[in-house]
Design a protein around this ligand. Structure first.
Ligand SMILES: *Cc1c(COP(=O)(O)O)cnc(C)c1O
Length: 342
């Protein structure tokens, strides 16, 4: 589906240096040995981008910042959790393109340690020059952000307010593009990925990928997502809604049903941002076998899901798996306590 016109009518600021690589995790395969049951594992390196430490939110920000600039905004107000990768990357992008940036960081995770509150992503937010508002537990982030936008407007400027995870239909376009990239790389490598493993947080990445695959005529249930934020039922419904909104935005007739999406809550544990033992093991396994970093909130739980799905034969023995590495390594520093003890 080389429909290069698909996304061309949307304003876009280029933030990436071309397609991200797909690499075989050969050392990890050796370390897993018979536990692997002949499965081959590749990684799509969306953690490997030059701006702001990289990560999946840069794909969304290409379109969101394009939209903000097209609407004549000079300030970006972002809502996120304290350790939001989206907030950190929005701050970096604003520095790069010359927009003012305000981050409204909510206490979404029950972690009060000093490293969680000031290290990791929050440290970088400040280095990238953003104005950071760390809210108290229970504060209403949307109301606070609306207040900041009104204040910006009263001084004759114009704010673009970005929602949690940047998962509006426009933000999701970044992952429609990624679905096209994966299809092209799969063809070039002559490898069919039977399963694509991803985390699902705010659902925008999953929704964009599904929309892109549907447009490509591919089966979106090949994506096995592990929810890290909401229970699976709610996650499926909200993700389906986003997929269909993206297809509508692209003037496509296709629509998806909840039964076409594959979302598991087996790795959710105590909830968003709460460490689990399988997450810690997965972060350590990927680090020690490949020298690669996956994050404690998203990638660690998704990779733990991949391992448990190989063990449970949810992933077919001998099949090809693509793990989408989404970045977020600054979060590791905020979780040093959990990663050291467990
Ligand atoms: C935000 C994020 C995700 C999840 O993407 P959503 O679109 O919110 O589902 C996965 N990995 C990392 C590192 C993230 O920052």
């Amino acid at each position: 589906m080389p429909d290069s016109d698909l996304l061309s009518r949307f304003p876009r600021v280029r933030l990436m240096n071309g397609p991200t690589p797909v690499q075989r995790l050969s050392r990890l395969e050796v370390v897993l040995g018979p536990r692997l049951k002949g499965v081959s594992i590749w990684a799509k390196r969306d953690d490997l981008m030059e701006l702001g430490g990289g990560g999946n939110k840069l794909r969304k920000l290409e379109f969101l910042i394009g939209q903000a600039k097209a609407e004549g905004c000079d300030t970006v107000v972002v809502i996120g959790g304290v350790q939001s990768n989206f907030a950190r990357l929005a701050a970096a992008v604003c520095a790069r393109v010359g927009l003012a940036c305000e981050l409204v960081l909510a206490q979404m995770v029950p972690r009060d340690s000093e490293i969680y509150q000031v290290n990791g992503n929050v440290l970088l937010d400040r280095l990238f020059g953003a104005r950071v508002h760390v809210l108290a537990r229970g504060d209403d982030a949307s109301a606070f952000a609306a207040g900041r936008a009104a204040e910006v407007a009263s001084s004759g400027r114009k704010a673009f307010v970005a929602v949690l995870g940047g998962s509006t239909p426009v933000g999701c376009l970044g992952y429609v593009d990624c679905a096209m990239e994966i299809a092209a790389q799969s063809a070039e490598m002559a490898v069919t990925f039977d399963t694509i493993v991803i985390p699902n947080g705010s659902g925008g990445m999953h929704a964009g990928l599904v929309a892109g695959m549907v447009i490509n005529g591919e089966d979106p249930s090949r994506i096995v997502a592990h929810t890290v934020l909401s229970p699976a039922d709610a996650c499926i419904l909200s993700t389906v809604e986003k997929v269909n909104a993206v297809l509508g935005l692209l003037s496509r007739q296709e629509r998806v049903e909840p039964s076409e999406l594959n979302i598991s809550q087996s790795q959710l544990g105590g909830g968003y941002g709460i460490p689990t033992i399988p997450m810690v093991e997965a972060v350590k396994l990927v680090g020690s076998s490949e020298g690669l970093l996956i994050d404690p909130v998203y990638g660690g739980k998704a990779f733990a899901g991949l391992l448990s799905d190989i063990e449970g034969d949810v992933i077919q023995p001998g099949s090809n798996v693509l793990f989408l590495m989404t970045g977020g390594s600054p979060g590791l520093y905020a979780y040093a306590d959990a990663l050291n003890d467990e």
